[in-house]
Design a protein around this ligand. Structure first.
Ligand SMILES: *[C@@H]1O[C@H](CO)[C@@H](O)[C@H](O)[C@H]1NC(C)=O
Ligand SMILES: *[C@@H]1O[C@H](CO)[C@@H](O)[C@H](O)[C@H]1NC(C)=O
Length: 460
């Protein structure tokens, strides 16, 4: 019965002979080689270290994750290998049997969280997974897999395992899938499926679900998600930089007879993390208590709400509108029925604008913690590539610009995601997000799905 603890333990044993050697330098190279938050990378590094020796017999298959920090000559690797790994894990039980379809592993905290006992009712906040404001599902993996049901399915050859690991995207922990052996696609390609409990939905109502992904390495695999067996979103490992978190938001509408739902995620041939899974009606994003994050009224489903709008250019039209009746938004993938939008009937006169801003919205203020990281997320829409751009400020400091020509924006007339990690280096305790439409030509700019979420300090 293989599990990761065993693999790491074996690696430590194989390094024991050199672990006390002189010349141990726990530098950047060491940290890049043994990234403790990624047990799979540590075990790869350990296997690599077993092939490199102080007498100068060198392997050249340097782990790619470490070459930026360590270079491609042997000496730095020899030094780092002599130091480690020093990570300590208390990895949760692994899926090693295809018959274990209903027994989620017992809640057992990783060793990095040493202050609580999972079996008592006095667990600290880090272990809470409490749905707030409209969330029908809230999966933050802070304690364990509860209420999820990790379920392995065919074709299965025993090489997929899972655990709870840190850093998560939000709070402390996340769900982690990992290979316990070498997958050999397509012969023994492995899948792992994680299924949520069934929860009630109201026929016809529009919902949003969110999740965050992180890929351990470059892979042709993907994470797919479905609701009631309807395709939700497929996130390919090739589309995102590795060891980076990405937040995803997906719309869902219950059909006329649908009164319950279940979400599942499945992994094909990829080691990755999952965190911050939520499912809530869009109406829950109206008002001050967002199901996810701190920002009030980010979906505009109830109008501007806590937002303040300013419109320097009298020629422009700005406001929250129902997109449904306007063919401009057909196939634009909005979230829900409403968005904030600015229309310029012609080329603006810059004298009427404020540094090219025709209109802007300023969010309600949010309490923040000095030094913490936050996700600023929104979707942006440009009717064409000449209409202008979107600028984002925190209080009055610019942090981001989205142009219609940016690759991530894709083709015109589509709501596309913007994903900004902002660190509160200025030590602010209260912030507003300001989103500005800089207009240069005739056309429409629209904004939707604005989120502001506190992140784990380890997020990059
Ligand atoms: C509505 O959803 C249910 C559950 O997913 C499904 O079985 C049913 O076929 C759907 N009905 C229609 C008309 O799509
Ligand atoms: C951009 O789109 C608007 C419609 O929103 C249209 O009036 C305008 O002519 C377009 N501009 C160009 C250059 O295509």
């Amino acid at each position: 019965m293989a599990n990761l603890k065993t693999i790491v333990a074996l690696a430590v044993v194989s390094l024991a002979g050199i672990s006390a050697a002189a010349g141990c330098a726990a530098d950047n190279c060491y940290r890049a080689l043994f990234p403790c938050p990624s047990p799979s990378a540590v075990s790869v590094a350990s296997a690599f270290c077993a092939t490199i020796t102080a007498s100068g017999t060198t392997a050249t298959n340097y782990p790619t994750r470490a070459t930026n920090a360590c270079g491609t000559t042997a000496d730095r690797y020899i030094s780092a290998c002599q130091c480690g790994p020093t990570c300590s894990y208390s990895t949760l039980a692994m899926a090693t049997s295809s018959s274990s379809t209903t027994n989620a592993p017992a809640c057992e905290p990783p060793s990095t969280s040493t202050t609580f006992t999972s079996t008592t009712s006095t667990a600290p906040p880090a272990c809470e997974s409490t749905p707030v404001n409209g969330n029908l599902l809230y999966g933050d993996f802070e304690c364990d897999f509860t209420p999820w049901n990790p379920l392995v399915f065919a074709p299965y050859n025993g090489v997929y395992g899972y655990s709870v690991t840190t850093p998560g995207f939000t709070k402390v922990n996340s769900f982690q899938t990992q290979f316990l052996g070498t997958p050999n696609c397509p012969t023994t390609c492995t899948y792992l499926r994680l299924t949520s409990p069934v929860f009630p939905v109201t026929p016809g109502v529009k919902y949003k679900y969110t999740f965050a992904t992180w890929f351990d390495g470059i892979s042709r695999g993907f994470v797919g998600t479905k609701i009631n067996d309807r395709a939700g979103r497929t996130v390919s490992a090739l589309d995102y930089p590795v060891t980076n978190w990405r937040f995803h938001q997906v719309p869902f509408q219950a059909n006329a007879t649908e009164n319950e739902a279940s979400v599942f995620f499945e992994w094909l041939n990829v080691e990755s993390r999952l965190d911050s899974v939520t499912f809530a009606p869009l109406s829950a994003y109206c008002g001050n208590t967002s199901p996810v994050g701190l920002l009030p009224d980010g979906e505009f489903e109830c109008g501007l709400g806590a937002w303040t709008q300013q419109k320097p250019d009298p020629q422009a039209t700005a406001g929250v509108v129902n997109l449904g009746s306007d063919s401009l938004y057909t196939n634009s993938f909005p979230m829900g029925d409403y968005a904030w939008r600015v229309v310029s009937p012609g080329v603006p006169n810059p004298a009427n604008q404020e540094l090219h801003v025709s209109a802007r919205i300023i969010s309600g203020s949010m309490a923040v913690t000095p030094g913490k990281k936050y996700l600023v997320y929104f979707t942006s829409f440009f009717s064409n590539r000449t209409v202008g751009s979107v600028g984002v400020m925190i209080n009055n400091s610019p942090i981001y610009t989205r142009n219609p020509n940016d690759a991530a924006q894709g083709t015109p007339a589509v709501f596309s995601p913007n994903h900004i990690i902002w660190t509160n280096m200025a030590g602010l305790t209260s912030v507003s997000v300001k989103i500005e439409a800089l207009v240069f030509g005739a056309g429409t700019i629209a904004i939707d799905s604005v989120m502001f979420v506190e992140l784990n300090d380890g997020v990059v």
